[in-house]
Structures are given as C-alpha cells and as structure tokens.
Design a protein around this ligand. Structure first.
Ligand code: ZN
Length: 128
C-alpha cells in the first residue's frame, strides 16, 4: 500500500492530480463532535519548550496523518518551489509538530519528538 501511494505521489505534476491523489488515499472521515475535552488547549513542556496540543478534526491514525502531512509538504515544494523557497527564508513562520502525539512547539530545536521519538514535521504557524 505504501509503495503504491509513494509511486502515485511521484507522478503528480499539478494541483488537480494532487486533489485526486488526496481524495483517493487521504479522504479521512471527520470525527463525531463528542470529544469536547480534546478541544481545550493543553500546554505541556517538552525539554523546557512549551508545547500545545493540536485538535485533529479527523478520525485518522497518527501514522497516516504523518504520512499525509509529509507528502503535502513535499508536494508543495515540488509544485511551488519558488514560494516554498521564499517561505524557508522566514523560519519564525514555522514550528514543529508531532502527528503521533498531536502536539506542536513554536520553537523546538530537536528533530524528534521526545515522547515516542517520532520525526517532527515542519508546521506553519498561523499566529503571524
Ligand atoms: Zn510525539
């Protein structure tokens, strides 16, 4: 399955193809609205950096969400290289996120989540 996903991903050359790809493999069902507790902000400390939880609106495993976000990032880089390059010049626009624990930190120097040692992904911060 993963091999097929990556194979199809490598063939994407425009946004329509990305949309089809997304629909085919990453059409996650939305969560039922009953988990109100999950919406409340939780702050935890990761090696001295304050991190916040992320509310995920979809019923999806951390593994699959991580794969999706990684491919989404790679796809943007591929289809919009100039914008991607420009964005890279402004590192304060980005934090790091763990899709397994659903937490993010605005400033965190390490590349792996200290909880399960999963790779952290770059995450655009919306508070700028
Ligand atoms: Zn984690």
């Amino acid at each position: 399955m993963l091999e097929k996903i990556l194979q199809d991903f490598s063939r994407i050359t425009n946004w329509d193809e990305w949309d089809d790809f997304e629909q085919k493999y990453f059409n996650f069902p939305e969560k039922e609205i009953n988990a109100i507790d999950e919406i409340i902000d939780i702050e935890i400390s990761l090696d001295g950096e304050i991190s916040k939880n992320v509310y995920v609106n979809y019923d999806v495993s951390g593994e699959l969400m991580d794969l999706y976000e990684m491919l989404r990032w790679e796809n943007f880089k591929k289809l919009e290289p100039e914008t991607h390059e420009e964005n890279q010049q402004i590192p304060e626009f980005y934090g790091k996120i763990c899709h397994h624990c659903n937490i993010y930190a605005e400033k965190y120097k390490k590349d792996f989540c200290p909880i399960y040692s999963k790779k952290l992904r770059i995450f655009p911060l919306n508070n700028w």
